[in-house]
Ligand binder design. Structure first.
Ligand SMILES: Nc1ncnc2c1ncn2[C@@H]1O[C@H](COP(=O)(O)OP(=O)(O)OP(=O)(O)O)[C@@H](O)[C@H]1O
Ligand SMILES: [Mg+2]
Length: 348
């Protein structure tokens, strides 16, 4: 098949930043600004995975020329991993172009991607469908109140980011004063609304789901344990835990896959993530974060319909980790997503 791999490389995102702001001193950008960009290692691994199964692959950066390039290439399928850089709709950009051009593409549609990226909107949808999710309040730039009534402890995060952007070890807050100070800081840095979310104290899992309709399937569940984090660190998968404390030389030993949990616990997680997958209309693949509350109810933290797929097992990327545990090599995993999408569109 002729496949276009659409991506947002880290260099491409830096270029996009420069295009928007004219000049660019890299030092002035927050350290986590390009956290969601694809490394060349990932882009090449996906390309290789596709070519290894006989596909003819063309790489397309998700920049302003992407639409023209897709129109010219007219691939039979677009394999989309592009995260984009600016705004709540950045993950919807390539799917939108594909919709316009009538090109089949892997993964969720623009609406699902936009809703899942906006964690507050996604939580409202979950609340509407009785999917347990932590209580929250949303704060807007220039509208921070003087008082906040909330059931602390809580966690603060920008409303529309991923890869733990804006979620640091000190994002867990225990009282109103601390919350106000950190929300104000977060609003200034990330220039978007900020969530204050009830802190769930139970065990955490991240769950890869793939397929469509009745064939949607849960891959082996990944448990995340915080015992191995540095002494005094908060029990969260923070930016520090994801990108600073977990290195290839000294990988953090915080994952267990398959999670050693009771059958009952596993069943509860599966029911929860499959119903969220269905309600959000997710297609082909997704990674869903789940955390237990103190009373033993699993909650959905958030959904990642464009899951991270770092190819090197030492990088602890959880979708590939779950697929590996189920017996899929990286190439098998990528090509299984192609099969899910092709089947959905009725392609050969
Ligand atoms: N309400 C909560 N209660 C407890 N812990 C939380 C809560 N919200 C977030 N966390 C912790 O912070 C981590 C990052 O939060 P979240 O998943 O919302 O960020 P993200 O940047 O979207 O992550 P991803 O890398 O999966 O895209 C979670 O994995 C969890 O450890
Ligand atoms: Mg997450």
């Amino acid at each position: 098949m002729k496949i276009a791999l659409t991506c947002s490389s880290k260099d491409g995102l830096l270029q996009e930043y420069k295009n928007r702001f004219g000049h660019c001193a890299k030092e002035n950008i927050p350290a986590d600004f390009f956290a969601e960009g694809d490394s060349f290692e990932t882009i090449n691994a996906v390309k290789q995975a596709l070519t290894s199964k006989g596909h003819d692959v063309i790489g397309i950066e998700a920049d302003a020329q992407a639409g023209d390039k897709l129109a010219e290439a007219r691939p039979e399928l677009v394999f989309n991993i592009a995260e984009g850089l600016f705004g709540d709709f950045r993950e919807s950009y390539i799917p939108m172009l594909c919709e316009r051009l009538g090109l089949p593409y892997t993964g969720s549609d623009p609406l699902t991607l936009a809703i899942c990226l906006n964690k507050a909107r996604a939580k409202e949808v979950m609340m509407c469908y009785n999917i347990p999710t932590a209580d929250f309040k949303l704060f807007y730039p220039n509208e921070l109140p003087q008082r906040i009534e909330f059931d602390f402890p809580a966690i603060i995060k920008p409303v529309a980011e991923g890869s733990s952007k804006g979620i640091f070890d000190d994002s867990v807050v225990t009282d109103e004063r601390e919350a106000l100070e950190k929300i104000s800081r977060n609003l200034a840095t990330y220039r978007q609304p900020v969530l204050l979310e009830k802190f769930l104290t139970g065990e955490e899992f991240t769950v890869a789901v793939w397929g469509n309709g009745h064939e949607a399937e849960v891959l082996p569940i990944v448990a995340i344990s915080y015992k191995e984090l540095p002494v005094g660190a908060q029990p969260i998968y923070s930016y520090e835990a994801k990108w600073i404390w977990d290195t290839r030389d000294k990988p953090l030993d915080i994952f267990q896959c398959p999670a050693r949990i009771s059958q009952r616990q596993e069943e509860k997680i599966k029911v929860l993530v499959l119903s969220a997958y269905r309600i959000f209309g997710i297609r082909d693949w997704c990674r869903i974060d789940v955390r237990w509350d103190a009373s033993g109810i699993p909650h959905v933290l958030e959904l990642n319909p464009l899951p991270g797929i770092l190819p090197n097992p030492e990088d602890n990327s959880c979708f590939p980790k779950a697929a590996r545990t189920a017996g899929y090599s990286y190439a098998d995993m990528i090509n299984k997503v192609v099969v899910h999408a092709a089947k959905r569109y009725g392609l050969k």
